[in-house]
Write a protein that binds this ligand. Structure first.
Ligand code: MOS
Length: 695
């Protein structure tokens, strides 16, 4: 890689263990809720028991009688937020307008909250708050047959999909993916402390500066008076990108109790109503092809749900735009506004559910035309981005497919479905492609490099490491950029007292922050040379990338699955998963492998388990806890492997890194469903793939 400065020490590309590992293992890395604050109050939300209506009365008498209760907040007495303030495009003011009106827009919405001296008192009192409602009829019926579905943007069209017929082969099917709820290991949590006209938040977030911006706007405080601290975060997966109601509630409680730190951590059940979710999707897919498997038409229409409160459109038709070329193409979304919470980002929003339908349809097409599914995909590799017609900065899907097929033993795959039974288990293999764009970061970033003497440097930016390895990988980038050993770099991360960093979203963290550090190191050397004095420092912003306008930039992957379906019980197991990715330069092979494996495991979880089941009569997920909402556990994950190909892409950024946080989850579920078909001859077009499909 010739584009990276200072590779003499070559920390990048190796696999040092996590810098934050010992701190976490020893309990020295404080998560948001764990910050030691003096004399905290505890917050317990009261949630609406109707899905739509108006709060008539909040009777707090019994709650206020509980020993230790400090305040009961409702729309009648809560501080006002400036919900008309300008927020970043990521935020939904209506979702953050907690206790600002009597309106109830979804079941589980915060309609009151208790602050108390102890967590137990707060919870007990919250259960004693009596809320009466005027209940209005609600609507939670998602289907692709609704007349009121709207197109959030114009459909993407090339040619005329109606003209793609007649064709030698046509697959026309509907595929569905389930509603899912983000469940990072650390639930959303906030400590908020208001005093002296300033607000301090210890927040579990993917972006401290975005929290500051949003909270400052909502409260009318100067952003300089809002301090957000988030050096360690126990997983985000998207729901900690945009802010949600609990953060607004914690801020309201802090404003109500000046001088008193307030603590709010969601229970696992509250995670199923208060911080967003992934919309279910209904994907109508039509592929047409010639006898040689070359696509003549690709039509993907995805219906998703959004909220009456604010629109969030899961971009499920997006990935098909860039995958395969055809003379006749249409990709579009239809959305239905329901009396439900606002959906949110969940790992690879759009690409993750959106690759299920098309990649299962490709498998169906392969069987129709009698081609190996790997070969079918190779035959449909485009020369240019089918969407923008720009050249790819690099596209190595074919290399991923070939390398994966070789490593996985694809050649041993039986040529017919339902051909192999071993010890009562039908076994098969499946493949699917992955894609994830090189997304522009949601905002700029800035980094500071400071020389501390004796060869040591301190590198500062406000980025939040959500558990993915930024503490480690950014130090590697800095070490190489400064041409010093890794141990001579100290990082400061996760605090708005540091230079602004973009939030960890869209798999942009390492590439945007790393590029910023790279620029700051360059600025430092330009100003201070190679013999600096202690205290010398320099800052730089994330540089623009002029190549962005001229090239289509994506990471790719190929996912292979082996599936066993029990011939009598239908039980589904995935003994092997193997992914090969082309994601530019891999900065830390250890944390990268964890990212890929974590994504694939989450994809396995989506394939076999995760489904939030909303009871339309009441409006809440009836399986809103870990007893009923199943997530892949150790026993589900057997032989799982992630590999990557050497990819040199100097166009994406100075690091040549494409971002790897999300691509691992894309395509996994399709590979599993395709393998289940190969094992059994039963085509499953609905996620999760459960045993009843095979009985
Ligand atoms: Mo990630 S779902 O882009 O925060």
């Amino acid at each position: 890689m010739t584009t990276t400065a200072g590779t003499g020490t070559a920390a990048v590309g190796t696999g040092p263990p996590r810098a934050d590992g010992p701190r976490k293992a020893a309990g020295a890395a404080a998560y948001a809720y764990e910050y030691p604050v003096a004399d905290p109050a505890y917050i317990a939300p009261v949630q609406a028991t109707v899905a739509r209506g108006r709060v008539l009365e909040v009777d707090a008498a019994a709650a206020e009688a509980v020993d230790g209760v400090l305040a009961v907040l409702s729309h009648a007495n809560a501080p006002r937020l400036d919900t008309g303030a300008e927020l970043s495009g990521l935020q939904h003011a209506a979702e953050l307008a907690v206790l600002q009106s009597d309106e109830v827009a979804y079941r589980g919405q915060v309609v009151a909250a208790v602050a108390a001296e102890t967590f137990e008192a707060a919870r007990q009192a919250a259960a004693l708050v009596t809320v009466s409602y005027e209940q209005l009829p609600h609507d939670l019926d998602l289907s692709d047959q609704r007349a009121d579905a709207f197109a959030p943007e114009e459909d993407h069209r090339q040619g005329d999909t109606a003209a793609a017929a007649p064709a030698d082969a046509v697959v026309e099917q509907t595929y569905t993916t389930a509603m899912q709820h983000n469940n990072p290991m650390e639930p959303h949590a906030t400590i908020a402390h208001y005093g002296g006209g300033a607000l301090t938040l210890y927040e579990s977030t993917q972006g401290a500066h975005e929290v500051r911006r949003t909270v400052a706007a909502l409260t009318g405080l100067d952003p300089e008076r809002v301090h957000v601290v988030a050096p360690y975060v126990g997983g985000g997966f998207g729901s900690k990108g945009p802010l949600h109601a609990p953060t607004a509630l914690a801020v309201l409680a802090a404003l109500s109790l000046p001088g008193r730190p307030v603590k709010l951590a969601l229970t696992r059940r509250q995670m199923f109503t208060l911080v967003g979710y992934r919309s279910p999707t209904i994907q109508r897919v039509r592929l047409s092809a010639g006898a040689d498997g070359r696509l003549s038409g690709v039509d993907v229409l995805a219906t998703v749900q959004t909220s009456r409160l604010a629109d969030f459109i899961e971009q499920a038709a997006l990935p098909a735009k860039s995958m395969y070329a055809a003379p006749h193409r249409r990709m579009g979304h239809r959305a239905v506004r329901l009396d439900a919470p606002v959906p949110t980002w969940m790992r690879a929003p759009g690409e993750c559910p959106g690759m299920f339908g098309p990649e299962v349809a490709m498998d169906e097409l392969a069987w129709q035309v009698g081609l190996d599914p790997v070969e079918l995909r190779l035959r449909n590799e485009p020369d240019r981005d089918p969407h923008t017609h720009k050249p790819f900065s690099s596209r190595n899907l074919a290399a991923c497919l070939r390398d994966g097929a070789r490593r996985f033993g694809w050649a041993h795959r039986a040529p017919e479905p339902a051909a192999r039974t071993e010890d009562g288990w039908r076994t098969g293999m499946g493949v699917a492609a992955s894609v994830y764009p090189v997304v522009p970061p949601p905002s700029g970033s800035r980094a500071r490099v400071r020389y501390e003497g004796e060869g040591r440097y301190r590198v500062c930016l406000g980025a939040a490491d959500i558990g993915t390895g930024a503490w480690t990988a950014l130090a590697q980038v800095a070490a190489d950029a400064l041409e010093v050993p890794l141990e001579d770099v100290r990082l400061d991360l996760g605090d708005t007292a540091l230079p602004e960093a973009s939030l960890a979203g869209g798999s942009t963290g390492l590439m945007s922050w790393g590029s910023t550090i790279h620029a700051a190191a360059g600025a430092f050397r330009a100003r201070h040379g190679t013999a600096p004095r202690p205290g010398d420092e320099a800052e730089a912003d994330l540089p623009d990338n002029p190549a962005r306008d001229d090239y289509a930039m994506y990471a790719y992957g190929a996912q292979f699955a082996e599936v066993r379906v029990h011939a009598e019980t239908g039980e589904v197991r995935v003994p092997r998963l193997l992914g090969v990715f082309a994601a530019g330069r891999i900065v830390n092979e250890r944390t990268a492998r964890s990212q890929f494996l974590g994504g694939m495991t989450m994809g396995l979880s989506m394939a076999l388990h995760e489904e939030s089941v909303v009871d339309p009569r009441f409006g809440h997920p009836v399986n809103g806890d870990f007893a009923e909402y199943h997530i892949a556990a150790n026993a589900d994950v057997q032989d799982i492997r992630a590999h990557w190909i050497d990819e040199d892409d100097p166009l994406v950024n100075p690091l040549g890194a494409k971002g790897i946080g999300e691509i691992g989850i894309v395509g996994t579920a399709a590979a599993v469903a395709n393998a289940a078909y190969h094992a059994t001859g039963v085509r499953v077009r609905r996620l999760p793939v459960r045993l009843d499909a095979f009985l």
